[in-house]
Design a protein around this ligand. Sequence first.
Ligand code: SF4
Length: 523
Amino acid sequence: MLQTAPIFLTEIANLPMQVQPENYTDAVLISHDQLNLAAFPPELLAAKPLLIFVEPLAYATFIPHHKKKLVYILSSQRHFAIECHKNGFTVVNLFTEGDLTGVLADFLAQYPNLNLTCMQPSEWDTRSEIESIALKFSARVNIIPNNFFIADPNKFKAKIKKGYRLETFYRELRRQTGYLMDGNNPVGGKWNYDKENRKSLPKKIAIPAISGFTPDPVTQEVITFVDKFLPDSFGQTQGFNLAVSRQQAIELAQQFILDRLNSFGPFEDAIKTGEPFLFHSVLSIYLNNGLLLPQEICEMSIDAYNEGKAALNSVEGLIRQIIGWREYVRVYYEAMMPDVRQSNHFGFTHNLPQMYWDGDTDLKCLQDAIGNAIDYAYTHHIQRLMVLSNFSNLTFSNPIQLNQWFWVAYADAYEWVVLPNVLGMSTFADGGVLASKPYVSGGNYINKMSDCCSKCKYDVKLKTGEKACPFNYLYWNFVDVHRQDFSENGRVSLMTNMYEAKSTEEKAAIRDSADRFIQKIKR
Ligand code: SF4
């Protein structure tokens, strides 16, 4: 039996009515994060197999994903199903209140002549579901490699636990793709332009707007569905204006290349209150469900460099994010799952502060970052790292809870990308497999890179006491509590030496301020 959700009123509702799966011998599953037929082998699609889309409600109730993320995932999947239908494919859209396994098993049992091809899912749990289906229906189910990434994880996986770091991986990917390469050497003579990419934002700088899209009837129907059936999810649907089709996503990519890429590099680490996007691409949302492919964004940005429209430091910074960091974290995920899910190197047991869920805080930098997450299901990477992860570390919050919050809060968040960033990169929960130290810093760096401190009730220049910036005393308290880890690490042993040089009175004041603050926010 083909099932559809009861409230589907738009085009998508009609698709199953035209389908007679018994007339087909071959079907291809299109996962919610594989919305691009260009990534599938052409020979698989040549004979126009049946395309199967699944809407498993259990995915949306498993954790309370941001409502805008749910709208985005479901609406872009439905738009893509409709587009495939218009391009001559027969499409089945299966809705279930349960999970993928149940609905697919029922479908395959109902149509015994049908063989199903699935591209390996990026996320572990979905992959396990597909593998269980393959086990049950053996020869009828074929799993093909995931083609939405550039690097072959099998080539790198074994090296990850042996300290294979980003920089080496990135250079290998540059050579593999030929991106920004001049023979065997990097274009411009340098692999890295980080030194040019750490500028704070000038006071008077024009920040280009990013286009939004008015929800069409398909999206409006999904918004109604999410509001009605998933009211307890994070954030709100109000103001949803993301692209939901490849055509719209391409428009946004072109707009980024023209309007923002050139300034992206210098200001990629800057924060400005009330400006959630600055010069960032905001394309990860579309890359991570396949509407855009990583190669095409890299090639568009290199074209802009070759045409003199974007500086090398900006283009290299973007290429580094896409074929460096994005591919690297995916390889890490493949190498480290599933045990890494329970990582908590420092043994932090405090619950993630309530402010992450409701935005209720008087720390301006956190208020702005969490507010952006609630309003847009997005904050740029430096707010994620320098503010949100930093504060979680400094308050000894459980990194597994922080990982879940990131997964819930962001429209671009899938486990393969969130987990390495949180449990590997920012919290050091994996004990140093991915990074050489936890990301912690005091208020000074936030002050240098943002305008938050000038609008905050706390004083970033004060080190202890009620009016002092909490990041300041929390930072030194962290160094004190974890001095063992710090003193053994060459990169940060300097900080333990600086802490040791403080007077007994100052150390006591740091400890007292930190204890009071942590008690106050504890839940
Ligand atoms: Fe954040 Fe401290 Fe600056 Fe306030 S003063 S915005 S808490 S860094």
